[in-house]
Every structure is written in structure tokens, then in C-alpha cells.
Write a protein that binds this ligand. Sequence first.
Ligand SMILES: [Zn+2]
Length: 75
Amino acid sequence: MNNPCIRCGKQRIDGKSWKEKLGTSVITHTQTVCPDSECQKIVDKATADRIAKNDLMIKTKAEAKLAREKLLAAS
Ligand SMILES: [Zn+2]
């Protein structure tokens, strides 16, 4: 299985795995991590930043929508 690290290109290794119940079946998730722990930290941070930015964008959009609706209701 080819699963290179997005940052350094090293083959990613299995990190933690956990089981999740989906209906009647149990599926096992395995998180892959970069063998270079420093690199993995940077990747983790970049992922967290991306998620935070995305959350902020969704929130900003929702607030803009609400403001627009308020404006429409007032007119
Ligand atoms: Zn890496």
C-alpha cells in the first residue's frame, strides 16, 4: 500500500487504531502517521489550522447570512 507523507514523502506508518460500530458491523480505523515525529507534528498542526480556518469560514458565512436575513426582515 502506497501512502506517502504529504510533507516529506516518506512512507507513512500505522499509528493508533480504533474500532467504531457502524450499524451491526464493527469497522477498524487505523490512523497513519509519518515515521518522522517532528514532521508529523508539523502535519498535525497544518491539519488543525486548516480545520480551524474552515470552521471560521463556516461561522463567518452563517453570521453574514443571519445579518442579511435581519436586514431583509427590517426593510
Ligand atoms: Zn513526513
